[in-house]
Design a protein around this ligand. Structure first.
Ligand code: GRF
Length: 222
């Protein structure tokens, strides 16, 4: 059975290494998707150059040019919807979203956050994990709800925290995991294996009470 291609719009604010991983997964035919556009709220970031190199429309919508958060989000909706995406991918998009924006893409927007949610929402997650002396850390792909870094969890990669880890070494190892699990989760959407209905995630039509785990290169389904 051939999987229909999923149309994506990817939102970024910076380096775009997750964007790059998604581009490469599509190239390797591990992800049946098309990126219709990449939109950055910050001008001249590396992620825009990555999009251009891959022949993807790279659009800057600078939030500083808007009077309010709402005006920016309305224009962003307008821009995104011109590309008729099936799914919106937040890949290092450093903006707090308005409720209207989130509602508009209900069940059609994924984010990746560098912690084992619900632990360490917000910023500086790697340093906070070290300070809290947790034994395990990682990264989470989740659907977006109007709670910051909230929303139903889909997939988490877990790694051990070593005694000599710093925020930098943890970040590096977590980033490697991000690049594996984000394309994987998007492919599940492309295959219609995963969906969000109201505030619940379903995997293969079964409610997913806990996120699927990716540990030592293995998937562990609850
Ligand atoms: C990643 O750590 C991601 O988890 C977080 O923002 C960062 C984006 O990195 N949401 P990049 O721009 O994809 O390299």
């Amino acid at each position: 059975m051939t999987t229909p291609r999923l149309n994506l719009v990817v939102l970024i604010s910076g380096s775009g290494s997750n964007l790059q991983a998604i581009i490469e997964a599509i190239g390797a035919q591990k992800l049946h998707a098309n990126i219709k556009a990449v939109i950055s709220n910050r001008p001249k970031v590396k992620g825009l150059a990555r999009a251009q190199s891959a022949g993807i429309p790279a659009i800057t919508l600078d939030h500083k040019n808007f009077e309010s958060r709402d005006a920016f989000d309305q224009q962003l909706i307008h821009e995104i919807d011109q590309h008729q995406p099936d799914l919106i991918i937040l890949a290092g998009f450093m903006r707090i979203l308005t409720d209207d924006f989130v509602a508009h893409y209900h069940g059609r927007m994924l984010n990746i956050h560098p912690s084992l949610l619900p632990a360490f929402k917000g910023l500086n997650t790697h340093q906070r994990a070290i300070d809290a002396k947790v034994k395990q850390h990682g990264v989470t792909v989740h659907y977006v709800s109007n709670e910051l870094d909230g929303g139903p969890l889909v997939l988490q990669a877990m790694i051990d925290v070593n005694e000599n880890d710093t925020a930098e070494t943890l970040q590096q190892r977590v980033h490697q995991q991000e690049h594996i699990i984000y394309p994987m989760a998007i492919q599940w959407v492309a295959q219609q294996r995963i969906e969000m209905i109201e505030q619940h995630v379903y995997l293969d039509k079964q409610p997913l009470e806990q996120p699927v785990k990716w540990i030592n290169n293995q998937l562990i389904t609850p």
